[in-house]
Ligand binder design. Structure first.
Ligand code: SF4
Length: 396
């Protein structure tokens, strides 16, 4: 069973899809899916333009259910954003600071370790992304990761987005492959998927000029996969992109996955506008977020997991997303800056029981997983023993 999937899920999917009645406009899509045929760009346009959002959600949910039944995966992690100092200034970013800004910060190796120590007895993963620091090169991160591993050998390090890898390679005069190899040898276990935004250079020129090109993003992830480093992939939607450009994004990720098979999870999230500089952004509505998640599940048939990124979409939409094709939900998180500076109100202090309740309320079973989806354990909410502490009112 790969990545938590049930073997034989495609047969189950076919039977389940063919057992239902579907609107005429979705019939050809359902037939393709039932026969294991990947959808093309035209099919994607039909899904984006359809008024039958409920049916699209049902198709996505049937795919999710066939693969994973009613399980919803989460891990117990902490986000530590190591610095907000960044040499770039992406227009959607509310997090970055120039190095002389009064609220600029950088955690040196000891400070990072002390920060992590507060959570180290109960987290499985530390998730670290940050700005492109003008001086921190590969050596700095090798020292950081080897120190983390020395102190906390059981904590998985998921860190550095593709643009951070490119920045480190440039600063250090190394190839991408040598950069990733050195970091991997020092303790880096996997890469998050951040920085994909929309994999179309016309959009990238407007929203994140100077960042890695869409081809560079894909090449960095391909190199990581070749080195045996699993990665996630993301999509930032609701800025200035067209539907066709969103489809280009999905199709490019699917194409790379068919070659390298190293993406574990796709994480689509909408642009949050607070304190950023994109007045022309379209801003996704709640139903658009749900449609995007459902279409991701339907189009990306070779990427196993689709995440409801509650740090960005909030707990309420994340719950609904679990009924629109998502099988994975953000972990306990506990500390996060990037989305919260952009306006996210998602709670940071969920313990496992609160997170599990959210999953159960959505009709799913909470399954605690490790980062690489190789170990699973159903999470049972502990029974709370109520202590009754009745006091007799005076005079009674
Ligand atoms: S998104 Fe990343 S690279 Fe772009 S400005 Fe923000 S921190 Fe820097």
């Amino acid at each position: 069973m790969a990545a938590g999937e049930f073997s034989g899920w495609r047969e189950k999917l076919s039977t389940s899809l063919l057992a239902e009645q579907w609107p005429d406009e979705l019939q050809s899509i359902v037939t393709k899916l039932a026969n294991g045929v990947s959808l093309n760009r035209e099919d994607g346009h039909i899904l984006f333009n359809s008024k039958n959002l409920d049916s699209i959600g049902s198709i996505a949910n049937i795919i999710k259910y066939s693969r994973f039944e009613d399980r919803a995966f989460f891990n117990v992690n902490v986000h530590i954003n190591q610095t907000n100092i960044c040499t770039l200034a992406c227009k959607f970013c509310a997090f970055r600071r120039g190095r002389r800004a009064p609220d600029a910060y950088q955690l040196d190796v000891d400070e990072y370790i002390e920060d992590l120590r507060q959570y180290s007895d109960h987290v499985d993963e530390v998730h670290s992304v940050g700005g492109l620091h003008p001086e921190w090169d590969v050596e700095h991160y090798m020292k950081l990761f080897s120190s983390v591993k020395k102190e906390f050998p059981d904590i998985h390090i998921k860190a550095l987005t593709a643009v951070e890898i490119k920045h480190l390679a440039n600063l250090s005069g190394l190839s991408i492959k040598d950069t990733l190899s050195s970091l991997h040898d020092s303790g880096l276990d996997s890469l998050p998927g951040g920085g994909a935004e929309i994999l179309d250079d016309e959009v990238r020129r407007i929203i994140c000029n100077g960042k890695e090109s869409s081809q560079e993003y894909l090449d960095i992830h391909r190199t990581a996969h070749e080195l045996g480093i699993p990665t996630n992939c993301t999509m930032l939607f609701g800025t200035v992109e067209s539907i066709d450009q969103r489809l280009t994004h999905l199709l490019r990720l699917r194409e790379l996955q068919s070659e390298s098979n190293g993406f574990q999870c796709f994480v689509p999230y909408p642009y949050l506008p607070d304190d950023s500089r994109l007045p022309q952004a379209q801003l996704a509505t709640g139903t658009e977020v749900l449609r995007m998640i459902a279409i991701s599940r339907i189009m990306l048939d070779n990427i196993p997991h689709i995440k409801a990124y509650r740090m960005n979409i909030g707990d309420e939409i994340a719950e609904l997303a679990l009924r629109f094709g998502a099988d994975d939900i953000d972990g306990t998180v506990q500390k996060e800056s990037i989305m919260h500076l952009a306006g996210s109100k998602a709670p940071l202090d969920h313990d496992k029981a609160q997170l599990a309740k959210l999953v159960i309320d959505a009709g799913a079973r909470p399954i605690r997983r490790n980062t690489v989806y190789s170990s699973f354990e159903e999470y049972i909410i502990p029974k709370v023993t109520k202590t009754r502490n009745l006091r007799m009112a005076a005079g009674d």
